[in-house]
Design a binder for this molecule. Sequence first.
Ligand SMILES: [Zn+2]
Ligand SMILES: [Zn+2]
Length: 181
Amino acid sequence: MAFICVVPVHLPQESLLIPLLEHISSSFHRETRIVFLPIDPSFAYDHSRKQHNSSLLLAKLVDIKPKDALRIVGVTDLDLFIPILTFVFGEAQLSGPASIVSTQRLRNEFYGLPKNDGLLQQRLEKEAIHELGHTFGLVHCRNDLCVMRPSTYVENIDLKPPQLCYSCLKTIDEKLKAIPP
Ligand SMILES: [Zn+2]
Ligand SMILES: [Zn+2]
C-alpha cells in the first residue's frame, strides 16, 4: 500500500506530527505514517549563511525514501535556504517524490512575538500540504482561498486556508486516480 511518509529531520517538537498526519491523510486520502529515519543534516549546513541547504536535504530524502512510500515529506526545525533566496519555508520536487518543510520561520518567537503552538500547527499543516501539492504536480494557484497560493512572508500563510481550492482538488484527484491506493 503506497503511503505518504512523514520524516522528522531534527525536530525536537515531535508533538506537531500527530495532528499533521491526520491533516495530510484527509487532504490526499492516502495512508500517512511517521517514519523515523537516521538523517544527520549537518552535511547540508552552510557555515557562511548559518542555514541548511534545502535542496541537499531534499536529495537525501529521495535517497532514503522507503520503496513502498508514495511521497516523503521531511519536517525540520532547521532554517532552510536555496542559493537564490534568503530563506525558504519549504521545498518540493514538482511531480517528484520528495518535499521538506521547516518550522523555524513558522514560529511566532522567530519574529519576537509570543509563542503560539496552535498557530504554529496551522502554519505547518498549510506548508506541508502546499509542498506535497507540488509533489503531486500542482503549481502555484492564484485563488486566495487555496493552500497552493505562494507565501513570501508568514502573514501570507496566515491569510490562506489549509485546503486546496476546487480546481486544484480536481487536478490532484485525477493524479491520485492514476496511482493505485
Ligand atoms: Zn510553492
Ligand atoms: Zn488552487
